[in-house]
Design a protein around this ligand. Structure first.
Ligand code: ADP
Ligand code: MG
Length: 357
C-alpha cells in the first residue's frame, strides 16, 4: 500500500464534521492567525463518534495559514500521533462575510500549557503530581526538581523526535505551545501553524515573521538560501533527505527546546523580560553558554546559582545536555534522538528497568 491509499482509507472511516456540528465555548487564545475556543459537539451524530462530552474539543478558526496547519495535523495523526494534541478534523468554511476561514478541531487535552505551569511558584512540583501517581519520597530539593525536569525534557524530546522523524520541523517550540495532556499524563506539542514539512516541500519557504524571536535559534533561515524554493512535490521528496542532512533544519527546534530546558532549570529566567535579557547576554557571548556562565556566575543571584547547581548534579550531565542544545551552529546541536540517548536520561532508564524486574 502506498501512503496515499492508506490516507484515503483512513478518511473513509473517520467521522467528518461541518460548521453546524459545533458550539463554541470559552476563548482560549487569540493570535495573529486565528482564534482558539473550547468547543462541544451540538448534536450526537452517531454512537461511533467520540468527543461527545461538553467541552471535549478545541476549535481554531484560522486565516489562510490554516490550510497548512490542517495538512500538518493530518500528517502527524498518521505518522506520529502521540507527539501532538489529538487532531479530530479540519475543513474550509466559506462564510460570505469574512471570506475563507479554516476550522481545525482537536480533542481538548487539558487546561494547562507548560507556560502556565512554569508561571507557578510551585514549579516543577506542580508538574510532579500530574506526571507521577505517587509523589517521590525524596525531600524537596535540587535532586527531586532535577528528576521532574528530566521527565519533562524526556517527554519533549520524545515528541520532537516523532515530528522530526516524520520530516516535520515545528519552528515555534515554546512553553505556550506545549500542552499537558491529562489523559496520557504527558506533554504534547500543539500549534503546527508555522511548521514545515521538508519531505514534500509543504510550507518550504520559511515565514520568518511567524517565528517567535524569544525562542528562535540564531539562524534566520531554516534551509540555506541556496536551496531552491518551493520545488514541486516529487522533486522535493527525492531531494529532501539530502537537504535535511546538509542543513539539519530540525536543530532549529532543538535550540528552542534548549531554551525551555534553561527556563526550567533557572527560575529567574522564566519571565519574558528575563528571557529577552538572557538572549541579549548570550548573543554578546557569541552564543557560547560556557562564556555566558563565566560572565554571570561570579555575581550570580541565588536563583541563578541554584540553576547551575541543578545542572551540575551527577557530574554536570544536565549542563552538558543544555550546552549541546543551545549552540550557535545548527550542525553542532544534538538531534532529538541524540538528546534522548544523552546520559542525562540514563538514571530514568535505570529506574524503569528496576521497576520491570
Ligand atoms: P495560537 O495560534 O493562538 O498560538 P494555539 O494552537 O497555540 O494557537 O492554541 C492557543 C491556546 O489554546 C494554547 O496556548 C492552549 O492554551 C489552548 N489549546 C490549543 N490546543 C489545545 C488542546 N488540544 N487542548 C487544550 N488546550 C489547547
Ligand atoms: Mg500557540
Amino acid at each position: 500500500f502506498d501512503m496515499f491509499f492508506l490516507a484515503f482509507v483512513e478518511r473513509l472511516f473517520r467521522p467528518t464534521f461541518k460548521k453546524d456540528d459545533f458550539v463554541l465555548g470559552k476563548k482560549l487564545g487569540e493570535g495573529a492567525f486565528g482564534v482558539v475556543y473550547r468547543a462541544s459537539l451540538t448534536k450526537k451524530p452517531s454512537s461511533k463518534v467520540p468527543y461527545q462530552k461538553e467541552g471535549d474539543l478545541v476549535l481554531k478558526k484560522a486565516t489562510e495559514y490554516g490550510a497548512v496547519e490542517i495538512w500538518m495535523n493530518e500528517r502527524v495523526r498518521r505518522a506520529c500521533a502521540n507527539s501532538c494534541a489529538d487532531f479530530v478534523h479540519g475543513f474550509l468554511e466559506n462564510s460570505s462575510k469574512k471570506g475563507a476561514e479554516y476550522w481545525l478541531i482537536w480533542r481538548y487535552e487539558g487546561e494547562a500549557t507548560l507556560y502556565d505551569l512554569m508561571q507557578s511558584k510551585e514549579f516543577p512540583y506542580n508538574v510532579e503530581t500530574m506526571i507521577v501517581k505517587e509523589v517521590q519520597d525524596l525531600p524537596r530539593g535540587l535532586e527531586r526538581e532535577n528528576r521532574i525536569i528530566q521527565t519533562i525534557m524526556r517527554q519533549l524530546l520524545f515528541a520532537l523526535d516523532g515530528l522530526h522523524s516524520t520530516g516535520i520541523v515545528h519552528r515555534d517550540i515554546k512553553p505556550q505551545n506545549i500542552i499537558f495532556s491529562e489523559g496520557s499524563r504527558t506533554f504534547k506539542i500543539i500549534d503546527l501553524g508555522a511548521a514545515a514539512d521538508l519531505r514534500v516541500g509543504i510550507n518550504y519557504i520559511p515565514k520568518e515573521f511567524l517565528l517567535d524571536p524569544r525562542y528562535a535559534a540564531p539562524e534566520q533561515y531554516i534551509m540555506s538560501t541556496q536551496t531552491p524554493s518551493a520545488p514541486s512535490a516529487p522533486v522535493a521528496t527525492a531531494l529532501s533527505p539530502v537537504l535535511w542532512q546538509m542543513n539539519l533544519p530540525d536543530r532549529f527546534d532543538i535550540y528552542s527546546t534548549g531554551l525551555i530546558f534553561l527556563q526550567m532549570a533557572f527560575s529567574g529566567l522564566r519571565s519574558d523580560s528575563a528571557l529577552i535579557q538572557f538572549n541579549r547576554q548570550l548573543k554578546r557571548c557569541d552564543y557560547d553558554l560556557n562564556a555566558w556562565r563565566k560572565s554571570v556566575e561570579p555575581r550570580a543571584s541565588s536563583d541563578l546559582r541554584k540553576g547551575f547547581e541543578l545542572l551540575d548534579l551527577d557530574g554536570g550531565i544536565g549542563w552538558e545536555l543544555l550546552t549541546s542544545m543551545v549552540r550557535y551552529k545548527a550542525g553542532q546541536r544534538i538531534s532529538a534522538k541524540g538528546g534522548l540517548a544523552n546520559p542525562y536520561f540514563d538514571r530514568e532508564g535505570l529506574l524503569v528497568l528496576s521497576l520491570m524486574q
